[in-house]
Write a protein that binds this ligand. Sequence first.
Ligand code: BGC
Length: 751
Amino acid sequence: MIAGLSCVGPSLAQTPSRPEALLKKMTLDEKIGQLVQRAGGRSKALNSRLDDSELERVRAGGVGSYLHVAGAEPLAKLQKVAVEESRLGIPLLFSMDVVHGYRTIFPVPLAIAATWAPESEERAARVAADEATAAGLHWTFAPMIDIARDPRWGRIVEGAGEDPYLGARMAVAQVNGFQGGNTLRPGSLMATAKHFGAYGAAIGGRDYNSADLSERTLQEVYLPPFYAAARAGAGSFMAAFNDIAGVPTTANRELLRGTLRERWGWQGLLVSDWGAIGELLSHGVAADRAGAAVLSLDASVDMDMVGAVYAEDLKGAIAKDPARIKLLDEAVLRILRVKEQLGLFDRPMAYHDVAREARELLSPEHREAARAVARQSIVLLRNEGRVLPLNPDKLRSIAVIGALATDGRSALGSWKAQGREEEVVTLLKGITAAAPRTLRILSAPGADPRNVDLTGIPAAVKAAKSADVVVLMIGEDFDLSGESRSRSDLGLPPSQDELARRILDLGKPVVVVLANGRPLAIPLLADRATAILETWMLGTESGNAIADVLFGKYSPAGRLPAAFPRATGAVPFNYAANPTGRPADPDLAKDTVRYHDLPITPLYPFGHGLTYSEFRYSDLAQSTASVDPGGRIDISITVENTGGVASDEVVQLYCRDPVASVARPVLELRGFKRVDLGAGTRKRITFSLTPEQFAFWSPRGQWLIESGRIDFWIGASSADLRAKGSFEITKTHAGTAPAAALPTRVIVSSN
Ligand code: BGC
């Protein structure tokens, strides 16, 4: 077990006596029952399956958990049956995908990652947990912490983007927010780190597809957020649907039992993805369902989400080999242990306070928090002639064009839990509420990303023509990203592209408000739009947040958590690439690593985002020129707001190991801080690092820190580096953890 991990998640060593005592009393059927998770609702219809036959199943001890259920009152009834009418009175676990809000919907996770403010991510998860636990839920299938380097993959919207360091920080923030502290405890919403371990590496960005990647990339890029989530005490993990080099994760003993449980020391509840145990047959690694059950149990998958393979086929497999009962007992214990930690044995009705439910859902404080996080998520990609912020006193009219400007459903994103379209402040509503009465607001849908109907475009052009400025909201609707929503083309949907061309042809100032769940290839907009605000899908308070930014009440300061490509054919593209023997060079005359027909730079790089102000970076200093194993180096810089407008700035620290026994990436993010700076004010930011943060996965299969020089840069994006330095690591030594998982300490002082 890795040092420092002995208290990760529910630990076997601290086993409370109750789960063990219960285990001794359980029949084989009751044990298997704990491993069964059933859907309590058909499709998205909550609780619709909870009929008499379902209650009978609970009475018989045949169910451990439900998903697609909610509501303090209906779930109280169900829980009562479990604790009062089943033989052993074991409580049920109620779960749902509460991903970025329960009723008050926050921005989609990719958008929250664009805040580069883990404290905001934690706040969002806390609000979601307050609402969900008030509505009877114990467990969420979030955070999704898969690294995504191919934006064709629709689930990039559910995670923190391309970078393992940013991803690890956001993973920890969500675990802490959901669980309400750094361990599972009574009243927590148990977090699920998913989808362990390389779901985001699906070949071609096609959802569910195989991943085939080097051990080094797995360890250095895909696993760090999971390691960080395990360390943060995530109560649950979910195994990914896909296979890595032919080994389906649900049956990946080496990864699940070996890496996660034995090497990382994590002992929480491991759940399969939806029906994934049964899918081992389609993968071609099990001949029948009993074989699939054995593989999964052996890999230490504790709970079978919906598939009923454990429910129906595990008993027979155990009869064939009674030694398997030991594996079953371990799984049951892990499930009982999280039930105990959530306080369900002592206070099974604690999550069913109807008055609290009424108070919490969509409370004014929650809406305010959602608005604040939404504003922070907005990224200003372009602002020609400083057209933004708009000054409403100098404008007579504004045209709000685009079907997305009135599309509340799309603002909620693909996982909306119990979010309601009618409670969303759309862009049109937000602008109308924020604008002075003297400002004339024209609006027209023009075209909807859902279809190719262009008949509304002439009316939109007419409205745009008669206005002083156009706010054009275009992009993807909610159903173009998310699970099973991979796209082969990263351009704007055809109707949106046509609408944009016709509006841009008017030659007026056009502020594009982009809505999307993934990086897009938008050369047309980058070339011709006056300004581009990346607004993702911002949730319930979407329109208010965008209006705050459009009219200058708030300076945008979000940064891209994944690069925008110049064309679909340029993905995957990642700033943290290896140098190669012929490093990328903008000089197209040379034969270097590039496309013949495109510059070897993204359209908008990782970490990019403008503000309404400007910042000067100065006085770089470092505490030492060389660091010993176990030592630290502090790197400090002063950032001054010189632009005359109060704004946040996201200060970023990148590093490189220029000479090592294996080629190291040309840049790697190793620290960042979002700071707020009043006009004319300055702050000093200190990043404190250890040599462990420069470990790489050696060809011998271990973390290694090599002696030698480390270069570092501080800047405003991966392509806007303002100050450079270097230091030496004095000795080669073994590391213990994925480097990107380890946090850099940041200190901000106001000199
Ligand atoms: C998804 C998971 C999700 C589960 C339950 C699956 O299809 O892959 O991310 O948690 O469904 O809704």
